[in-house]
Design a protein around this ligand. Structure first.
Ligand code: SAM
Length: 231
């Protein structure tokens, strides 16, 4: 079974949205498992401190290496699953990495808080830093929810139609084509005729052209990266 273990100071944030809809149904059917671990259980002293002031000065607080290492060891000693640290300076998360995580049986996900995490625990516990985008969240929990959601929906038996996992944006190089449904006329905007003609080859061709157009307009970097891998 695919298993996610989340280390966090806010276990109440889980399963959160993952407890609803497709991922929630799959969770209650036992298709995947979610375990949360409270980092503060390994905190120090009467107040279970998990953070301290940054060496070298500066604003904010830093999560202590010894506390986080103890939490990781308690949750994941001798565990083969990848250890991810949600981090804005990490490697940008891609659909390809999500597919690897799905195939790999699960993930251990560490959620940072404050100014971040002491560098030494990242190195000592071989944490892979993963970013969900070039913006800064106040903690790793929302990033972890996004990562786990992207994995869970690809597990066998989670999505209604298996095929829908394969024709989406990023599965190939192109962004997805535009979708339409009833009514045929919405405030004077009509569904393109080609989608109503019943000719599947023509529809596929139109969708491909639209996907190409959108990718050129919005994400030319995807096309450039694809050309590079083909060369
Ligand atoms: N001082 C850090 C910096 O400038 O890179 C930002 C720390 S942020 C306020 C606190 C935590 O939120 C981070 O340790 C990380 O776990 C999480 N986080 C914030 N933005 C993220 C992003 N884009 N992707 C993944 N995790 C993020």
């Amino acid at each position: 079974m695919w298993r996610a273990t989340v280390l966090t100071l806010f276990p109440e944030m889980f399963p959160g949205p993952l407890g609803l809809s497709l991922s929630g149904d799959a969770l209650s059917r036992g298709v995947w498992e979610l375990e949360t671990r409270q980092i503060r259980e390994h905190g120090l002293g009467r107040h279970r401190a998990v953070d301290d002031t940054p060496a070298g000065g500066g604003p904010g607080m830093v999560m202590r290496a010894d506390v986080l290492a103890a939490a990781i060891d308690a949750a994941a000693l001798d565990d083969e699953r990848p250890r991810l640290l949600m981090s804005p300076r990490g490697t940008p998360l891609t659909q390809a990495r999500i597919r690897q995580l799905v195939a790999g049986g699960g993930a251990i996900v560490v959620c940072g808080r404050f100014e971040g995490v002491d560098q030494r625990v990242i190195e000592a516990r071989a944490l892979e830093e993963v970013s969900i985008g070039d913006y800064v969240l106040s903690g790793g929990e929302i990033a972890a929810l996004a990562l786990i959601d992207a994995c869970v929906r690809l597990l066998p038996g989670v999505m209604g139609e298996e095929a829908s996992g394969h024709e989406e944006s990023f599965e190939a190089t192109l962004l997805e084509y535009p979708h339409y449904t009833r009514p045929r006329d919405f405030e004077g905007r009509v569904i393109p005729d080609v989608l109503l003609c019943g000719d599947h080859a023509k529809i596929a061709q139109w969708r491909h052209e639209q996907a190409l157009r959108l990718t050129r307009e919005r994400r030319p970097d995807l096309l450039a990266a694809d050309r590079k891998t083909r060369d």
